[in-house]
Design a protein around this ligand. Sequence first.
Ligand SMILES: [Zn+2]
Length: 68
Amino acid sequence: MPRRKLPLKACVNCRALVNDEVEVCPICGGREFSDDWDGFVAILDVERSQVAKLLNIQKPGVYALKVR
Ligand SMILES: [Zn+2]
């Protein structure tokens, strides 16, 4: 079954998900992105989120769980 993809790509450096047309990561300033990512998590409160700590996320945003 073909997998339907969101029109998003993930920053290879910090895993932030951005629109396909974005060229510079708004979180880390990276320019390398991957279309091959899986799962995502929205981090709203970096201070209180266990997931943010686990994934070493420093800024609120939407992040892919896996980037290949
Ligand atoms: Zn980034």
